[in-house]
Design a protein around this ligand. Sequence first.
Ligand SMILES: Cc1ncc(COP(=O)(O)O)c(C=O)c1O
Length: 388
Amino acid sequence: MKKTYSFDEIINRKGSNCVKYDLLDKLYGDSDLLPMWVADMDFKTPDFIIQAIEDRLKHPILGYSIRPEYFTESVVQWMKKRHNYSIDPEWVVFTPGIVPALNIAVLSLTQAGEEIIVQPPVYFPFFSAVTDHGRIMSENQLKTENGEMKINFGSLNKNAKMLLLSSPHNPGGMIWSKKDLKKLAEFCLTNNITIVSDEIHSDLMLFGNKHLPTASISPEIENITITCIAPSKTFNIAGLSSSVVIISNREMREKFTKTLNSLHIGMGNIFGNVALEAAYTKGEQWLAELIDYLEENINFAINFFEAKIPQIKVIKPQATYMLWLDCRGLGMSNKDMRKFFTDNCNLALSDGRQFGRGGEGFQRLNLACPKSILETALESIYNNLKQK
Ligand SMILES: Cc1ncc(COP(=O)(O)O)c(C=O)c1O
């Protein structure tokens, strides 16, 4: 592939009010750590998105704004082209982020006191989306088989009203096999459980893997599913709060939209609209090059761990830019592990315990950064372990 973009440049983000760097002191007690935690990338937002925003800025008024038809059309085309999933423009509903969408789904389609399935270890805002609204969390912890995380079908709760699914999975970086995804969705169909399929990482498929939108499995499954997608992770524009949900079932869509409108958060912002449309119409080449770069980083890290730090076990991710590190072989308490990575290695990682049950003894490492930074981070772990 002819390369147009470089991802090697080190860009100083400190002082730009970014969560990743400018919250280090508050969260980790040291503003000079190498931040490899929150899921955003240290790469430039692509030029065609910046350009689209600059073009919009040529008009001097930034008043209330609507989303034109081509906004929705860009989502429809992207889903078809990228994931071979045909959707109707009517099904597309704007939300100012996926976490808001999860909360709105819970509020609009379940009642207080009802049970909602989550499968830890998983992206932790899934938990608060349930408990903040007086719903009951039905935890179905993922099990580990041959070093891989798998769905525990035997303990799924038939009385639940909703399932929150991370697909591909954060923090594990796995994709669910078609067989397992179908089995899970059919369990939901049989038991009248609404599926909220958070597919925010689905454009970041690695090593030739393909994403299967849950809703595309069958029209019946589509009818009980809310699909959540966004260009935020893929194109590094999380600060623009622009995402969409896809809901084919009219009644569910109306309930969802009613809650969204009652909160008055459905307008979004001009730049988020412009950026989403640019990403989905112009993003293919950049994304292909990004994925190449991420794969190189992942291969490099996996080889490094295998050769030099075998105490830490890593499963090769099939999607996303996170490595889920099994650090139990280090034999450290949670407190000592945190101290080791921050005070000794000078790194800010995400503590696995944040992701709930099954996360103890794990750390999540974000490697969407220039390779030279990744090298520094891995060398630091290696050198500090040597001295132990
Ligand atoms: C699975 C998952 N869902 C949602 C989000 C965040 O969504 P948003 O920033 O659009 O609220 C993340 C961010 O890491 C994520 O990993």
